[in-house]
Design a protein around this ligand. Structure first.
Ligand code: IDC
Length: 448
């Protein structure tokens, strides 16, 4: 909604207790009323900047209009009519499907339903606000800064959304797959909303050259940002499996990243890829130490916390989501992660994710359509069951992985990276064709 609390004026008021601003104050017990017995009369609101207007709602008091127009204007002087009716009957009128642009929006009453004037409890204008570029440009332009709302991920309009995209492979091994050309394809051919940057800590990753890998992540963040995608900064700890082992390194890394990118609206921090061989209390304790480090630099970003047993919510250790539900991380604006590999992780895993998503904010930051090795045969049937669940519960996801590694879970055929082409399907393995189709599907990003 664009109109609430914005400056409103009117052609007349019945008396000083019924000013124009009462129609945009969000209260249905205060109202604007025009002088009795006079036509035409108008009420207008100034949205502050040119805005795309998609919907207007009028909540009439007993003194309603039988005939009125909705008009928009760029300057408050020249008006364009975008809707009119002569059969108004009061109550609440919702006029949707508009595709108007203007800074000023007004209702002009031309025929009254009563002997009184025109009176509105509320006048609401919806669309894409002046703070963002036109709707539909990029996922970040539309959704802005994300936040956790209940068990969902919400956009700047407080509407729940689902993000879909890809994870890189380990950036120590496959930087040649993260290029301007490959990211162009990911953003505009795959229509991805989000890129997960998987920075291993061990296995030749961050610990071997903190500056180099920090700079590499900085660069990928800028490249994804330029394309309007969200970025998950993944602290890809795996072996050893206790995230506390890398706490000091994590503090250094996340401080540098969060400091540099705090003003951006598109960063999510994943603080522990896959804890393993360690209980939930140790993971929770780690999270409660690293989250304040990030928040000290970037207070409003969503933080993603790994769960026990390779982010299986404990299921791979014979536990369930109940241990998290009973002992949540003491922090706000966080989500918990769940990873699955469809050919290895059947209904016990799927059911745990389903239950968890009703009680915890969940984000699937990694999944494959194949076995837990990221290789072997695909189970597209089982993978689709997960995708259906995630669509229904608006669980965001990133798929493993955007590289040309030989394994079946790497989307490109060997030798693609560096040369391309990254668009289309000619260089995709079966898992790549499958997941590209499922990322390309139109997004639903409500703006009001
Ligand atoms: C795999 C990579 C493989 C690498 C291995 C160990 O595909 O090249 O040798 O990691 O580093 C995960 C992990 C992810 C794994 C992936 C597939 O988060 O690092 O990638 N997987 O095994 N969890 C479950 C599966």
């Amino acid at each position: 909604m664009l109109s609430r609390g914005k400056p409103a004026t009117a052609s007349s008021i019945e008396d000083a207790t019924l000013p124009a601003g009462n129609a945009v104050d969000g209260s249905t017990t205060t109202r604007w009323a025009s002088a009795a017995g006079a036509d035409p009369q108008w009420l207008r609101v100034d949205l502050g900047a040119p805005s795309a207007v998609t919907r207007v709602t009028l909540n009439w008091e007993a003194a309603y209009a039988t005939a009125y127009r909705i008009e928009v204007s760029a300057d408050g002087a020249a008006w364009t009519s975008v809707y009119s009716t002569t059969t108004g009957n009061g109550g609440v009128d919702t006029i949707s499907g508009l595709s108007a642009t203007g800074r000023y929006v007004r209702v002009v009453g031309t025929a009254r339903g009563t002997q009184w004037g025109y009176s509105l409890w509320e006048f609401e204008v919806y669309g894409t606000g002046p703070s963002t570029p036109p709707a539909g440009t990029t996922p970040v332009a539309v959704n802005g800064q994300l936040r956790v709302c209940g068990v969902r991920l919400c956009n700047q309009y407080n509407q729940p959304i689902q993000l879909r995209g890809m994870s890189t492979h380990g950036i120590q091994w496959y930087p040649q797959c993260v290029t301007d050309a490959s990211l162009d394809a990911l953003a505009t051919d795959w229509n991805a909303d989000v890129l997960r940057v998987s920075m291993y800590v061990q296995e030749g990753g961050y610990e071997t050259n903190p500056q180099l890998f920090t700079d590499r992540v900085h660069g990928y963040i800028e490249q994804a940002t330029a394309r309007g995608m969200y970025v998950i900064v993944d602290w890809h700890m795996l072996t050893p499996g206790d995230p506390n082992y890398n706490l000091t390194r994590a503090r250094t890394f996340f401080t540098a990243i969060a400091q540099r990118h705090a003003a951006k609206t598109n960063i999510l921090y994943e603080v522990a890829n896959e804890p393993n061989g360690v209980g939930w209390p140790a993971i929770k304790s780690y999270a409660e130490q690293i989250i304040p480090t990030i928040r000290a630099q970037d207070p409003d970003a969503v933080v993603l916390v790994g769960t026990r047993a390779w982010s299986s919510l404990g299921v791979s250790d014979g536990a369930t989501e109940a241990e998290v539900v009973a002992n949540k991380v003491n922090a706000t604006n966080i989500m918990y992660t769940f990873h699955f590999y469809a050919a290895s992780h059947g209904s016990a895993y799927l059911n745990a994710l389903s239950r968890a998503a009703d009680q915890l904010p969940m984000f699937v930051t990694e999944f494959g359509t194949q076995e837990a090795s990221g290789d072997g045969p695909n189970s597209f049937t089982q993978a689709q069951a997960y995708l259906d669940l995630m669509a229904a519960k608006k669980i965001s996801w990133t798929n493993w992985n955007f590289s040309d590694d030989f394994r079946t879970g790497a989307v490109f055929t060997t030798g693609t990276c560096g040369a391309g082409p990254y668009t289309g399907t000619s260089r995709l393995k079966p898992a790549g064709v499958w997941v590209r189709d499922r990322i390309r599907t139109a997004d639903t990003f409500p703006t009001g």
